[in-house]
Design a protein around this ligand. Structure first.
Ligand SMILES: Cc1cc2nc3c(=O)[nH]c(=O)nc-3n(C[C@H](O)[C@H](O)[C@H](O)COP(=O)(O)O)c2cc1C
Length: 337
């Protein structure tokens, strides 16, 4: 990381991510409507889609699929794949080709049981033979940047050796960069802090650029840990971007002020543009726990939206909450999210 905190672009196969600040892949959150909102504020060099099952992608048309579609204004979009084997993988890559030229990411980090049972996420990280086969197919069919997102692996006494082996594999098979979320495979976001102190040691093990992820809340967090991020090439923010989609803009303009009520209304409009009322309600319910953290009485907004049976009810109840003068929280805590 440069001393200016993310001003040196990360360039992968000729694609420049500038600044090297990324919005994390988040299932149920980083869909097309959220990416549109994020892009209104700007400030990041790339945004990851939510995890997309390669088996599902085979049946989608990139031009009109709600999962795959992107807007020219989105900036650089990296498509994250949940992939478990090589069957139909080339067909999935063909489907992605019109939209995913700026990057494909393989999810090797997801700890969710359902994902692991399918053989994806951290389960694929555990299986070097299958992983190598999959990367070879993707590398042969995708000329653009190829990234992976990993955790530290399993907390066994030999975790360093295992991680070392995986880093060799990723380098040998032509992966261009990795996101490192330095928690062990099944450590929850709340009970264990990200072990960013490991970055220097792990960066010395690989020539691949590392994007650091986990618990990063903004430039102040990075500034306080300047030394631990010195060896990394980019930073990724997840939950705080859901709470404050302007977090990347604020990175460059610390005094930026934002009208939360207007942001909420705009996001609702964007959801309506992209999704049916039923789907929009589900997505609003996914977003609200994060956004509600902006308000001292945000639990009221949270409860109103979670309890709504329809899109219109959610909008109306949220509107009632936001119509009043709502005191804001200055420093949001990620605890419990
Ligand atoms: C609601 C939610 C959904 C997530 N979905 C994904 C996902 O689809 N793919 C993935 O690699 N990580 C996923 N993650 C993990 C984030 O990408 C990120 O690694 C994690 O939230 C830690 O970063 P943060 O502290 O900045 O939030 C998800 C996290 C959250 C909170």
């Amino acid at each position: 990381m440069d001393s200016e905190f993310c001003r040196t672009p990360l360039v992968l196969r000729g694609v420049s991510f500038s600044p090297p600040l990324f919005c994390a892949p988040m299932a149920g959150i980083t869909h097309s409507a959220f990416r549109r909102l994020l892009a209104d504020f700007g400030g990041m060099g790339g945004v990851f889609t939510e995890m997309l099952s390669a088996k599902m992608v085979v049946h989608e048309n990139a031009m009109n699929s709600p999962w795959l579609k992107r807007r020219p204004t989105d900036g650089r979009v990296i498509y994250q794949l949940l992939v478990v084997d090589t069957r139909e993988l080339t067909q999935a890559l063909d489907r992605l080709a019109p939209v995913a030229g700026e990057g494909i990411d393989i999810n090797l980090a997801c700890p969710a049981i359902t994902v692991q049972q399918q053989g994806g996420g951290s389960n694929l990280f555990d299986d070097p033979v299958r992983l190598r086969d999959i990367i070879r197919v993707i590398r042969a069919h995708h000329a653009g940047p190829l990234l992976v997102k990993i955790r530290l692996g399993r907390p066994t006494p030999d975790w360093r050796e295992v991680l070392h082996d995986r880093l060799r594999l990723l380098e040998d098979e032509g992966v261009d960069a990795l996101t490192l979320h330095p928690r062990f495979a099944e450590e929850s976001l709340n009970r264990f802090p990200a072990r960013h102190a490991l970055h220097a040691e792990l960066a010395s093990e690989t020539h691949l650029p590392i994007i650091a992820n986990g618990d990063i809340t903004g430039i102040d967090y990075a500034r306080e840990r300047m030394d631990v991020f010195a060896s990394t090439s980019g930073l990724m923010i997840g939950r705080m971007a859901a709470a404050r989609p302007w977090v990347f803009a604020q990175w460059h303009t610390p005094g930026l002020t934002v009208d939360r009520v207007e942001v909420w209304s705009r996001f609702c409009r964007y959801l309506e543009d992209d999704f049916s009322p039923e789907k929009a309600l589900i997505k609003l319910k996914g977003f609200t726990p994060y956004f509600a953290r902006n308000f001292v009485f945000g639990h009221t907004l949270f409860a109103a939206v979670q309890g709504a049976a329809t899109w219109l009810e959610a909008k109306e109840k949220a509107g009632q909450f936001l119509a009043g003068p709502q005191p804001l929280i200055r420093d949001i805590s990620l605890s419990g999210l």
